[in-house]
Structure formats: structure tokens, C-alpha cells
Design a protein around this ligand. Structure first.
Ligand code: ZN
Length: 213
């Protein structure tokens, strides 16, 4: 999976149906939460459609062209699993993946105050829900690819800013951070990583042996 960390490139790739399932899920979820993202996706779908209209010369196969055009016709949310009734605390595009109340998911305890649950997606990247207790710091780490973090509940902060519900952080190998959930309330996020993160803190080298995230 090669995905740009630029928001606009990401939205264009999504609109053109070029993103794998996991990062598509993040864009669809954010679009369902924020009208500005919905609007931007709509604009990029128009751009992608116009580009495809001119694609005769680009020699796209008939199948690919038909598939992408069909995809552009679909309404949001646009993910592989159709929405179904689900936990209202997560955006509708996630319902088909979560399938139950968030509390009843098969959470994996990563460390005190931090648990996660991998969602079933195919293609590049890993999607997971991450639950961080208020005031808890995620261990310092950098990235071996793109990391997309969409806040669903609560908020977290790192040196790049504070992120609340509907906010999306895009991080890559250029960022070494230790995000902290705001005190007082937990932070629930949808996180997609292209590759396992690499812990960088004082004990990071040791912990890398035990935590595959
Ligand atoms: Zn990170």
C-alpha cells in the first residue's frame, strides 16, 4: 500500500476508488462525521469522474473503467462492508466491522490503560479500534509507513496539536510522538497503520520485542 500523507491526495485516491479497504474505512468514517470532508470527497469524485471521462487515451481497460465509474456512483459511506445497525458511538461505516457494542468487542490489552481490537479488512494496512484511558500516554514511537488516526470519542494530544472527535491525524516516519489521551475521559480512535510502529522511547528497543502493533 502506498498512500500519500497529504490529505487531498488521500481524498482523491479514495474518490477514485484506489485506496485499500482499511484506509478507505478511515476516509468513509471521517466523511460520515464531518460535512467538510463529505463535501471534499464529493468534489474529488467529480474530478475523478472527469479524469476518467478523458481516459480513453489513457487506455484504461473497459472493466477497470466500468468498475471505477460504478464506484463513483455509489453514495457514501463507500466501504466493502455494507452498513448495518450498530453501536451509535462509532460512525455507520464501521458498523459492519464492529458488529456489536464497543464494550463487547474482543479487546486486547496492550498495556495498562491501552487496548485495541483489530477489524477484519483485506488488502494493505491494518485497521483497529484503539481505546486509551484518560491521561494515558501511548509509548513513544515512530512509523514504518503511514499511520492514520481518526478520533471517535474523547481527544488526544501530541506535539503536532490536539485532536478531537472527527479529527484525523496522518503520521509517517518523519514523526516520533507519544500521543496522550486527555485526562478525564477515555479516547476512542480508529487507527490504520501501513506497517507495525517502531517504539523509540527509553525502553522502546526492549519493548519492540514484545509489542507488535
Ligand atoms: Zn503514531
Amino acid at each position: 500500500m502506498t498512500v500519500s500523507t497529504e490529505r487531498d491526495d488521500l481524498l482523491l485516491a479514495y474518490a477514485a476508488g484506489m485506496l485499500p479497504e482499511a484506509p478507505s474505512l478511515v476516509v468513509a468514517a471521517q466523511a460520515s462525521l464531518r460535512s467538510d470532508v463529505r463535501r471534499a470527497v464529493g468534489e474529488y469524485e467529480a474530478v475523478a469522474g472527469a479524469l476518467l471521462e478523458e481516459s480513453e487515451a489513457a487506455e484504461l481497460s473497459c472493466d477497470l473503467r466500468a468498475n471505477v465509474l460504478a464506484l463513483l456512483d455509489e453514495d457514501l459511506p463507500d466501504t466493502a462492508r455494507p452498513p448495518q445497525r450498530g453501536d451509535q458511538r462509532v460512525p455507520a461505516p464501521l458498523w459492519g466491522y464492529v458488529g456489536t457494542d464497543v464494550e463487547r468487542l474482543g479487546w486486547r490489552r496492550v498495556m495498562p490503560g491501552l487496548k485495541d481490537c483489530v477489524l477484519p479488512t483485506s488488502g494493505g494496512g491494518t485497521a483497529r479500534l484503539m481505546w486509551v484511558k484518560g491521561g494515558t500516554k501511548v509509548p513513544a514511537h515512530t512509523h514504518q509507513g503511514l499511520e492514520m488516526t481518526l478520533v471517535l470519542e474523547g481527544a488526544f494530544s501530541d506535539p503536532t496539536g490536539t485532536y478531537g472527535p472527527g479529527d484525523l491525524q496522518l503520521a509517517d516516519g518523519g514523526l516520533d510522538h507519544s500521543p496522550a489521551a486527555e485526562s478525564g475521559s477515555h479516547c476512542l480512535c480508529l487507527v490504520v497503520t501501513e506497517a507495525p510502529i517502531r517504539l523509540t522511547g527509553r525502553f522502546g528497543r526492549l519493548m519492540n520485542r514484545f509489542i507488535r502493533y
